[in-house]
Design a protein around this ligand. Structure first.
Ligand code: WTA
Length: 652
């Protein structure tokens, strides 16, 4: 037994250095690390110059742990940096968005057009009584109006709270109440899995609760029959279209709140993470430039996240628009009308930079190589990953099958709370290791510490912490100051604890090992669920795996694994494959990590942002009634898994 907080068991020896051609043209060169280390605050001052300032800041940082103010005394308007400036600089004709609706309808929106759309929407919001500081809930499908609505709020200083369109009426209501929103912006519905779904009824249902919502602004997307509350509901086109096409921006303080975004915590009540203006915008623009190597004149960038997620906020709306990027946005699901839909879109628009999540990469792996192979993906030059640890095998598959073996991969670690990327390779600098996010980006300080807060040496594991304030950090949990301090700043006083376990390899590269509440304790060894999952996925038969620690009278916890097989792999009940997989894990990590039980499933319970809800699998593995599954993308999944597990119990 070692004294590590989390044991470091698996090893990965492959590395992939950027090509000299990539390095030669890269936005970020190796010298950036030294520059930031020399004078961190001066470095951030320099990055803040990427924004358009009405009044420059007096002081870079005011830090009274755990409260930060960045670029103190500055004044700016978010949308001037994201829109007006491009038009002024002569790039109004550049395409901001290629929108692809799921049914195949498309829209092409230039920067000039987007500025007009946002100006009209801003005028509309003002005309219906929305003022700076008011909260606006946005509950929409991924259509251009969702982006316009966010930007229109930012333009007038209203605070948006985007609620993912897949959430229930209850989830919407609690978020409306918590932020005390005055207005809801929604749509009649959207398109998903080949059919129109309705959104407005969920808003109507939510608003039966106690709220201060006076108006509902409704975008017509599907044209379906929509119930109407006279005096409260307004069609977007009736209110927005007739407005003036210009809008004179007002300027706000650097620390003016920009948005609230709810994220689930360990308790049932979601946390309203809130972000402010200048620091957030500075870091999203900087990271988007150096991590994605964006070249606004030539790149076509596609971040596949929904606006309901922080990735959509930072890397589809604010970062790329400030940098003047041309983007693709897609409304629908990856398998509609066929499993090659996303590859078809890459080919159609000549996408050069793709940013997606491991869950989708593993889904593609499961479907099989024939789908990406049908399309020309040679326009791609950089690939990104976010949201959870990417298993080395999924990384290698992504590199070869999607990237054609010659795109750098940036595995980006960050959180709703951090606002922007914190740990990631720099694509023209870092020799990457599959499965590692490598090291903090220039300007950021992150460490792996033991349970006393002391940094661990290379080759050891522990807790991931951030020991210096950063510009895009959350400024609090909306209305819950105690919770802010308790959740993030109490484990190690004065230091931000991210909730993630991580290890440093022999070279000091960082390997994320999932939430520490996902760490298992088997016979006194702390083993990360991610490590066992990676070992399973490194077997050729496995596309995806989820692992939980279930109470075990003998070992404290026993490892229970749920696996999805790759396309084409046959599995007969009780067959040798299960044994082989258990032995494979033993070989990869050690006998201690051998799963007690492995079950083959067709689907895993995931949230809409793709995170596996291990809590639910744990309920099943421990023979409990399955807990609250309302945030699952597909609520039926748990029923199938529970039934399957019962019948597989005696096998092993
Ligand atoms: C996990 C998403 C490993 C991590 C931007 C974090 C990751 C949580 C990675 C935040 C990564 C995100 N490697 N784990 N590259 N990126 N995570 O708030 O556990 O939805 O704490 O933000 O996702 O999730 P959130």
């Amino acid at each position: 037994m070692t004294s590590d907080s989390i044991e470091n068991l698996s090893t990965e020896s492959r590395t992939f250095a950027p090509s000299p051609e990539f390095t030669a043209q890269a936005n970020a060169q190796a010298g950036l690390y030294g520059e930031a280390d020399k004078d961190r605050l001066a470095f951030w001052d320099q990055q803040a110059e990427a924004l358009i300032w009405e009044k420059k800041w007096d002081k870079t940082l005011e830090w009274e742990s755990p409260y930060a103010k960045w670029f103190v005394g500055g004044k700016l308007n978010t949308t001037v940096s994201a829109l007006d400036r491009h038009v002024t600089e002569g790039h109004g004709g550049r395409i901001a968005f290629h929108f692809e609706g799921e049914p195949g309808d498309t829209r092409t929106i230039s920067y000039a057009q987007l500025l007009t759309d946002v100006s009209k929407a801003a005028n509309a919001l003002t005309s219906i009584g929305i003022n700076a500081g008011d909260r606006v809930a946005i509950y929409m499908p991924l259509i251009p109006e969702a982006v316009v609505a966010m930007l229109a709020c930012a333009r007038i200083g209203a605070i948006h709270s985007v609620v993912f369109g897949g959430f229930s009426a209850d989830a919407l209501l609690s978020r409306i109440q918590d932020a005390d929103a005055k207005l809801v912006i929604t749509a009649d519905g959207g398109f998903r899995k080949g059919a129109a779904f309705a959104l407005k009824p969920a808003v109507d249902e939510a608003l039966k609760g106690e709220t201060n919502v006076a108006q509902v602004l409704v975008v017509q997307r599907t044209g379906q029959e929509t119930a109407w509350v006279e005096g409260r509901d307004l069609w977007w086109h009736d209110v927005v279209d007739p407005q003036h096409s210009t809008h004179t921006p007002e300027y706000f303080d650097s620390e003016h709140p920009l948005f609230i975004l709810y994220t689930s915590g360990t308790t049932a009540k979601p946390k309203g993470i809130f972000h402010t203006t200048a620091g957030y915008l500075t870091q999203v623009a900087y990271t988007h430039k150096v991590v994605f190597d964006i070249k606004p004149k030539t790149d076509v960038y596609w971040c596949t996240a929904d606006v309901g997620w922080i990735t959509g906020h930072s890397y589809m709306v604010y970062g790329p628009l400030i940098n003047g990027a041309t983007q693709v946005i897609y409304e629908g699901t990856p398998d509609t009308p066929h499993k090659g839909r996303m590859f078809e879109i890459i080919e159609k628009y000549g996408v050069t930079i793709l940013y997606t999540a491991p869950t989708l990469i593993r889904t593609w792996m499961k479907w099989g190589d024939e789908f990406p192979n049908q399309f020309n993906l040679s326009s791609l030059r950089l690939l990104g990953s976010v949201g959870e640890p990417i298993n080395p095998e999924a990384w290698i598959w992504y590199r070869h099958v999607i990237g054609g073996g010659n795109c750098p991969i940036v595995d980006t670690w960050w959180q709703t709370e951090t606002g922007a990327i914190m740990i990631s390779p720099l694509p023209g600098v870092t020799a990457t290791k599959p499965g590692s996010a490598m090291k903090p980006i220039p300007g950021i300080s992150a460490k792996v510490v033991d349970d006393k807060g002391v940094p661990v040496p290379n080759g050891h594991g522990g807790f991931l912490i951030l020991d210096q304030p950063w510009p895009s950090m959350l400024r609090g949990v909306w209305g819950e100051d105690e919770r802010y301090k308790e959740t993030y700043w109490s484990r190690f006083p004065g230091i931000y604890f991210a909730g993630d376990g991580a290890k440093l390899d022999e070279d000091g590269a960082i390997w994320l090992m999932g939430r520490v509440d996902d760490v298992m304790n088997v016979s006194g060894h702390r083993i990360s669920t991610t490590e066992v999952e990676s070992a399973l996925v490194s077997h050729e038969a496995v596309a995806e795996a989820a692992v939980v620690g279930a109470a075990d009278p003998l070992t404290g916890q026993g490892i229970v694994a749920f696996v999805i097989l790759r396309g084409g792999v046959e599995h007969a009940d009780g067959d040798v494959l299960i044994k082989e997989l258990r032995n494979h894990v033993a070989k990869e990590i050690g006998a201690i990590a051998k799963p007690r039980q492995i079950m083959v499933v067709n689907e895993l319970p995931k949230t809409r942002s793709g995170k596996i809800m291990r809590r639910l699998l744990k309920d099943v593995a421990e023979n409990r009634a399955v807990g609250d599954a309302t945030t699952l993308a597909d609520p039926n999944v748990m029923k199938l898994i529970s039934e399957g597990l019962k019948s597989s119990k005696d096998e092993d």
